[in-house]
Write a new protein. Structure first.
Length: 235
């Protein structure tokens, strides 16, 4: 299928309710409001197609950018490709759930994520931490350096309360994911999550709240979820 045909199909799938939900989370025009589940039949028609994914992402249309992540071929993407995608990710649903997810299926995931975490740019940092969460929740423990992940936990402990807004969420999720999905550092992640305590997000706004990794870790432990690995990252 060509770009114009895919855009027409996506537009036909759009719902005003979904559009309003996406906009309330930071999406802006252009967008159609396509539920992610509604994209599956279209994916089955197209399958993986990196050139088309690049065209879709370049439209700046939120639904097209999301669908680009579904049909992308991560192992064919270079560091420059991922930099282009993260530069176009204007809010967290793109940075953390499209770019980071796509990156996590590539062979350069950790290399790129490390660079983004050190960038001091909120959505890049958030995507980097999120990518590690997707990786840890999917790949075998043996693929990771225990020493490196331990150092990353220390970095979270020392910087999370002063981190940019979206990065706080992703760092908090990193503590949770290490505790639940990376068994060699379960105890250390629990210890650090307890030391960190509640983390305030959206400070000074009507949406101000506290997130607390330790509480969610304990819930996962109580449900017997430690050691959890998902079979697939992308749907």
């Amino acid at each position: 299928m060509k770009l114009e045909e895919v855009m027409q199909e996506l537009e036909a799938l759009g719902k005003e309710r979904s559009k309003k939900i996406y906009q309330s989370n930071g999406a802006h025009e252009p967008l159609f409001g396509v539920a992610t589940g509604a994209m599956k039949p279209l994916f089955r028609k197209i399958k993986l197609n990196q050139p088309l994914a690049e065209e879709l992402y370049a439209t700046g249309n939120y639904d097209a950018m999301y669908f680009a992540g579904i049909i992308a071929e991560p192992k064919a993407m270079t560091m420059e490709d991922f930099e282009l995608w993260i530069d176009g990710a204007y809010f967290y649903m793109l940075s953390d759930f499209v770019v980071a997810v796509t990156l996590s299926e590539s062979d350069i995931a950790q290399e790129v994520s490390d660079k983004w975490i050190a960038s001091n740019i909120d959505l890049k940092m958030s995507a980097g931490w999120s990518c590690y969460c997707w990786l840890l929740g999917n790949r075998p423990d043996r693929e990771f350096s225990e020493e490196k992940l331990a150092a990353m936990l220390e970095l979270v402990k020392n910087t999370i309360h002063d981190a940019p807004e979206r990065t706080k969420y992703s760092m908090n999720n990193f503590m949770y994911t290490v505790a639940v999905s990376y068994q060699p550092l379960h105890e250390k992640a629990v210890e650090i999550a307890n030391e960190v305590g509640p983390v305030e997000v959206n400070s000074g706004t009507a949406k101000s709240k506290f997130i607390h990794a330790a509480v969610n870790i304990q819930k996962a432990v109580d449900r017997g979820r430690t050691g959890f690995k998902r079979k697939h990252v992308r749907c």
